[in-house]
Design a protein around this ligand. Structure first.
Ligand code: T3D
Length: 261
């Protein structure tokens, strides 16, 4: 499929989706949203895509909603309907795809762009990248999952401070705050994320997917519910080819060859 606002590439089991409006810091509009949704759907369906990487072209990751497009929107357009059609299905899909989803934050991430980054499983950021809440800067409330992810990752009070002040945080501060997993020199970012992605693309994909499903659900469970759900999911994982291969490889003292099923 050809896209106009993103790039999509599959190699070595890694599906890389690059937001591609570099002259706009990859700001989001309806076309980007539609293409990202389509690309994620195809990555989800494609059994050979066993890890997904989200990143941006040029010097920014994603500046959130394109404010030129926002200003030109008709007054009667419903914010709610717009979000439900555009960015919210993307954040939901990033969480529900049962494959590892990595984010390479190559530059500024703000507003809905920050929300998309936070919806990914693991984030590496380029040194020098900055993260900004942005919604309050233009008199908006959080969307694209920002209100869900920020307090869970950095704690309620820090999340509110980040939101109220709208002060950007550097990649290094974001690491301390738990917003990103690693900071790497900008020129090494894509290689570092790629190395992790290729490694995870050779992992037991079904088991990783069930792990993601379990942890997503456990965010809203008590301990009894979590234990019960773990037992249920282990029933599924325990009947996969990769489980049998993992045990056999361990006992044969050889590296496992996981097929992702
Ligand atoms: O229903 C709905 O759609 C509501 C949904 C809302 C979701 C949202 O995402 S709301 C939040 C929207 N985003 C923002 O408000 C972010 C505004 N931008 C910034 O805070 C900063 O630009 C950044 C932190 C992203 C980057 O800072 P910096 O210093 O690296 O770059 P800069 O100099 O501020 O910006 C560079 C250019 O990009 C500049 O244009 P110029 O002067 O070179 O012609 C700037 O205007 C432009 N730009 C940055 N963000 C946006 C943008 N243009 C359009 N839309 C943007 N979001």
């Amino acid at each position: 499929m050809t896209y106009n606002t993103i790039l999509a590439e599959l190699s070595q089991g890694v599906f890389t989706l690059t937001l591609n409006r570099p002259d706009k810091l990859n700001a989001l509009n309806d076309a980007v949203a539609a293409e990202v949704q389509a690309a994620l759907k195809s990555a989800e369906r494609d059994e050979t895509a066993r890890c997904i990487v989200l990143t941006g072209a040029g010097k920014g990751f994603c500046a959130g909603q394109d404010l030129d497009a926002l200003r030109n929107r008709p007054d009667e357009l419903s914010f709610r309907q717009h979000l439900l059609k555009t960015y919210h299905p993307i954040a939901a899909k990033l969480r529900s795809i049962e494959k590892p989803v990595l984010c390479a934050i190559n530059g500024a991430a703000a507003g809905a762009g920050l929300g998309l980054a936070l919806a990914c499983d693991i984030r590496y950021a380029a040194a020098g990248a900055k993260l900004r809440f942005a919604f309050s800067g233009i008199g908006l409330a959080p969307d694209t999952g920002a209100s869900f992810f920020l307090p869970r990752l950095m704690g309620l009070s820090r999340a509110l401070e980040f939101a109220y002040t709208n002060d950007p945080v550097t990649a290094e501060e974001a690491l301390t705050l738990g917003l990103v997993n690693k900071v790497v020199p900008a020129e090494e970012l894509q290689a570092a994320v790629r190395a992790l992605a290729v490694r995870l693309a050779q992992a037991p994909t079904k088991a990783l997917g069930l792990t993601k499903r379990a942890m997503n659900a456990a965010l809203n469970f008590n301990i009894d519910q979590a234990l019960d759900y773990e037992a249920h999911l282990q029933e599924v994982a325990g009947h996969t080819e990769d489980h049998r291969e993992g045990v056999a490889a361990f006992l044969d003292k050889r590296p496992p060859k996981f097929k992702g099923k």
